[in-house]
Design a protein around this ligand. Structure first.
Ligand SMILES: Nc1nc2c(c(=O)[nH]1)N[C@H]1C(S)=C(S)[C@@H](COP(=O)(O)OP(=O)(O)OC[C@H]3O[C@@H](n4cnc5c(=O)[nH]c(N)nc54)[C@H](O)[C@@H]3O)O[C@H]1N2
Ligand SMILES: Nc1nc2c(c(=O)[nH]1)N[C@H]1C(S)=C(S)[C@@H](COP(=O)(O)OP(=O)(O)OC[C@H]3O[C@@H](n4cnc5c(=O)[nH]c(N)nc54)[C@H](O)[C@@H]3O)O[C@H]1N2
Ligand code: SF4
Ligand SMILES: [Mo]
Length: 911
């Protein structure tokens, strides 16, 4: 008999904590309801000012991702030799081992032979401790983070123009902006709750104009009054031309320029060189559209711009940021409600990292490691005589330095560089070349774990206490709801644990630097370092944060919603600066050999390398597998059918995956999601293709632009399989199969309530013993039904579990039955004609894809609703789609747009 199912809300042990969603920089407040070590639910916090109760599909499914099983790193592990398998290690021994290896390296090769590579997903307290460990104890500035791939061009753009790294606007500005310029940002996917707010603001004030600058027609572009599908990398030319138009038409604010800025006159010649006609040629959009965008901007009562990776991830990223900020300075569109250049943060605490000095090029409190006075201030606060003055290595240079033998030990925490850094072949070479690699991880199966000599088990959300700062400078408390599994500990504690042991070996008097009672003590020390600085929140402590989030700077007890209202900027003379910027072609240009421009970016329901989102059956259903999107003309020109396998090749590497048509792309342009790495597919993943070229100021790599060649991959032998069970556990078992085929993907699957899907392709059928081994790995050596022809490399098998539910299937060498088998796996009951189904006779039509993750509404249901004449409102009431978080509404609108003309045409033919 099954025990009574516990009723969640009647659970006497249940408690609720207020915290923050651990995904994007929107920084939505959440309420986490937990009991024992289980999270029961995660809902939006109505009291949090940044989201007022709203959550997107990722936030709403957070409870599904809280795991304590095979999906997690629960214990420390090490490998005594490179060729040995990793073995478990007691946590104390692991901390000793880390300290011993660090001490040995420092003694033999000096402090700069150590490199820390951290993450914008750490909490402010984690950064603070790591930073002190690197600079005050080890004695190196070699501490950088994945924010180098993300926000560093925004940092340098702000610093060079406004004088400090501080986004001047806030989310409320959406409610009073007359023009919103969205550049290089797909907010509909990447900052969905903020995008909901934009949709609501535009609905409330239909006169508001939205201009979207993106080479692709994204879901975000769906809301635009004007979409500028510019040529990749041409933003600087566009912004200069907009300024050209505004100056010519007297739409600039000469008084503001004279009172509050310097450098405009010096930039004049450059602006003059970019009339709209010149920009038209470089940007590939009509001069009249550029003029329209400029007039809307110049005439707006309040102009707000929001921008992200389309600007930052560029070899000209600092200039792109500055050129956009220039538009605001020239028109005085800053420091007022509804106005300002608003860089949206990617990760939940990339902002906190910038405050705490979590990058090689910054010290705590927005200080500069190249400035002796700044170093002295931080050294004094930490109680050490001095900080190192040797410049630290930004991310890519740190990996280069490993290859050159200068950095020997790498300590990686909360990031997955063997997937997310560009030019993977080189990154992986560096990870192999390092003498000792420490990987501090929360989830098992990440690509980087394969290179770890020592694994430190990290606690993760919602097991950690601390604080984060979101895009609008708002500091919120992150609160633990449950205890971490196994020996896992919060990142700052692991860092302290190693630091004390390292101090004992190299500088015993410094051990006390790492004696913090708790997170509150770490925060207090860090906040003290902001005193007197532009971001000053030295008056904020954990007690203050109990009352709710705070927006920096906090002076005289008051938060600051908007910066620079008085026109004074944190530069020596109080004036903002126009700096020289110019159009620069992308670093990896298309040519005859690599004729297609490829960009990479986000999908709505996946997060980066999918360690967490890959665990949610709801989220994996939106987009289940990776493919390259091409314009339909491109598909036709290459003779590709929808879903045909192609080989995508760049100057650095290649991947094989299916191609699909996307009318949102221009011919000559291609898109690949960033999420799939070698843990999920054959080869080195998407970043096998991307170039290591960096912006000269920010050192941010140009992840957005690669030149590629796409060609049909003749791999006629194909296989598809599904296996019920825990996807994380199954991934470990099936991962070795990825390396054995030119095309292979492992896909977390929502089929039959969970499990893993596998797709393979090869030039010819594998040998019979290989096929047998594959069948065994899939628990199909004694299948319930089989229809094999081993001589032709064909195995078609299906298995049932003890309850006679679908357990696994394999279609190898003949995948005609795939639609039926997918429906069978999903449908539960084992049909009597399982053998017929395997032969491809009978069975269901195309498998539906989930569009609305909240209500579980599929594309098929929406298509038939549209065919029945429903509009958006009708679809919402009839099907419920779009009524949860609303993240799918842009996609439904797009489906309506695409289907309507077809319907109109069809009815036209009928009459
Ligand atoms: N669902 C989801 N949300 C996320 C994340 C996630 O993994 N998943 N990650 C978070 C993080 S860390 C970040 S940094 C943000 C990123 O958020 P976004 O920057 O909005 O996301 P991306 O898809 O990387 O890139 C945005 C757009 O830049 C465009 N682009 C490419 N080249 C150019 C160019 O030369 N000029 C212009 N103007 N545009 C160009 C691309 O076509 C793409 O649509 O998202 C955050 N939010
Ligand atoms: N081609 C391409 N590449 C890109 C981008 C792109 O647009 N295109 N975008 C770049 C950008 S903007 C970013 S931000 C990066 C993101 O790239 P990564 O930082 O590599 O991506 P994540 O998957 O978020 O990695 C976070 C890791 O931390 C682990 N983790 C989670 N919580 C914790 C914790 O509390 N403690 C510890 N120690 N570990 C934890 C997760 O399991 C995961 O392995 O990717 C970059 N790479
Ligand atoms: S927008 Fe979505 S992913 Fe971003 S913080 Fe809010 S709920 Fe989380
Ligand atoms: Mo990012």
């Amino acid at each position: 008999m099954i025990a009574a199912i516990p009723i969640k809300h009647a659970d006497a042990r249940a408690h609720t904590v207020s915290s923050v969603c651990c995904y994007c920089g929107t920084g939505c407040g959440v309420r986490v309801q937990a009991s024992g070590d289980q999270v029961l639910s995660v809902t939006g916090d109505p009291d949090h000012p940044s989201n007022q109760g709203r959550l997107c599909s990722k936030g709403r499914t957070l409870a599904d991702t809280v795991r304590r099983d095979a999906a997690r790193v629960r214990e420390a592990e090490w490998r005594p030799r490179r060729d040995a398998a990793r073995a478990p290690l007691a946590l104390d021994d692991a901390l000793e081992l880390a300290a011993e290896r660090l001490a040995g390296t420092i003694r033999r090769h000096g402090p700069h032979a150590v490199g820390f590579y951290l993450s914008g997903q750490l909490l402010t307290e984690d950064y603070a401790v790591f930073n002190k460990l690197a600079r005050a104890l080890v004695g190196t500035n070699n501490i950088d983070t994945n924010s180098r791939l993300c926000m560093s061009s925004a940092v340098s753009g702000y610093k060079r123009t406004l004088g400090a790294d501080a986004p001047p606007a806030c989310y409320d500005d959406l409610d009073s902006a007359d023009l919103v310029l969205i550049a290089g940002s797909n907010m509909a996917y990447a900052h969905p709750v903020l995008f909901r707010r934009l949709e609501a603001a535009k609905a409330a004030r239909p006169d508001m104009k939205v201009v979207v600058v993106d080479p692709r027609r994204t879901d975000t572009a769906g809301i635009a009054d004007l979409h500028l599908a510019i040529a990749p990398g041409s933003d600087v030319a566009l912004f200069l031309a907009m300024l050209n138009v505004m100056e010519r038409e007297d739409l600039i604010d000469r008084g503001y320029i004279a009172r509050h800025t310097q450098g405009f006159d010096a930039l004049r010649a450059r602006i003059g060189a970019y009339p709209p006609q010149v920009a038209q040629a470089l940007c590939g959009v009509p001069a009249s559209d550029i003029e329209q965008a400029a007039r809307w901007f110049g005439q707006a009562g309040a102009a707000l711009s929001m921008y992200t990776m389309g600007l930052n991830q560029s070899a000209n990223g600092t200039a792109k940021n500055a050129a956009l900020i220039h538009l605001h300075l020239a028109t005085g569109q800053i420091g007022r409600p509804g106005a300002g250049p608003f860089s949206l943060t990617g990760q939940p605490n990339a902002m906190g990292g910038r405050e705490a000095g979590g990058m090689a090029t910054i010290l705590p409190g927005h200080r500069d490691p190249a400035d002796a006075a700044h170093r002295a201030e931080v050294a004094a606060a930490w109680g050490v005589p001095a900080l190192p003055d040797t410049p630290g290595l930004p991310a890519l240079h740190m990996f280069d330095a490993v290859l050159e033998g200068r950095v020997k030990v790498l300590w990686i925490a909360a990031t997955n560089p063997a997937q997310s850094l560009p030019d993977q072949a080189r990154v992986r070479q560096a990870l192999r070349a390092a003498e000792f690699v420490i990987v501090q991880e929360a989830f098992a199966n990440t690509e980087t774990l394969a290179y770890a000599d020592l694994v430190l088990p990290a606690a993760t959300w919602p097991e950690k206490n601390g604080s984060v700062t979101n895009s609008e400078r708002r500091i919120s408390r992150v609160r633990a709801a449950i205890a971490p599994p196994g020996s896992a500990q919060p990142d700052w504690r692991l860092a302290c644990g190693v630091a004390r042991r390292l101090a004992a070996r190299i500088a015993p008097h410094k051990a006390a630097l790492f004696d913090y009672a708790d997170e509150a003590a770490v925060f207090a020390e860090h906040a003290g370092l902001t005193a007197g600085r532009d971001l000053d929140y030295s008056a904020v402590d954990y007690a203050a944060l109990e009352q709710g989030p705070r927006q920096w700077p906090v002076r005289g007890g008051h938060d600051t919603a908007r910066l620079y209202a008085d026109g004074r900027f944190p530069t020596p003379d109080g004036r903002a600066r126009f700096i020289d910027v110019d159009h620069v072609p992308v670093a990896d240009p298309v040519d005859g050999d690599f004729p297609l421009w490829l960009t990479t970016g986000r999908l709505r329901d996946h997060w980066h390398t999918m360690a967490r989102t890959g665990l949610s059956a709801t989220l994996v259903r939106h987009v289940e597998e990776p493919w390259i999107s091409l314009h339909p003309q491109e598909m036709a020109g290459l003779g590709l059918a929808e879903d045909a396998l192609v080989r995508v090749r760049s100057r650095r590497g290649a991947v094989v995956l299916p191609a699909r048509a996307d009318e949102g792309l221009e011919p000559g342009r291609a898109f690949l999601p960033m999420h799939w790495g070698s843990g999920f597919m054959a080869g080195d993943g998407v970043n096998a293709l991307t170039p290591p070229a960096c912006d000269p100021v920010s050192h941010q790599p140009e992840l957005k632009h690669s030149a590629v060649d796409v060609a049909a991959a003749p791999l006629p032998w194909q296989a598809m399989a599904w296996l019920r069970g825990d996807a994380a556990a199954l991934r470990q078992a099936l991962a070795p199969w990825l390396a054995r085929f030119p095309y292979a993907v492992l896909l977390p699957s929502a089929l039959g309530g969970g499990g893993l899907r596998l797709r393979l392709a090869a030039e010819a059928a594998p040998a019979a013993d290989v096929l047998d081994a594959l069948a065994r790995a899939l628990r199909l050596d004694r299948p319930a039904a089989a229809f094999d022809d081993p001589a032709r490399g064909v195995l078609r098998r299906a298995g049932l579990d003890d309850a006679r539910r679908p357990d696994a299937f394999l279609l190898a060498g003949d995948t005609r039955a795939q639609a039926g088998m997918l429906a069978w796996a999903d449908g539960g009951e084992a049909p009597a004609g399982l053998a017929r189904l395997l032969m491809g006779r009978g069975g269901a039509a195309k498998r539906a894809r989930t569009v609305c993750a909240c209500m579980g509404v599929t594309d098929a249901a929406i298509e038939s609703g549209i065919a029945a004449g429903l509009d958006l409102a009708g679809l919402k009431t009839q099907l419920g789609c779009g009524t949860g978080c609303g993240s799918c509404v842009p996609e439904i609108r797009d489906m309506l747009r695409r289907r309507r003309p077809v319907l109109a045409q069809a009815s036209g033919l009928a009459t």
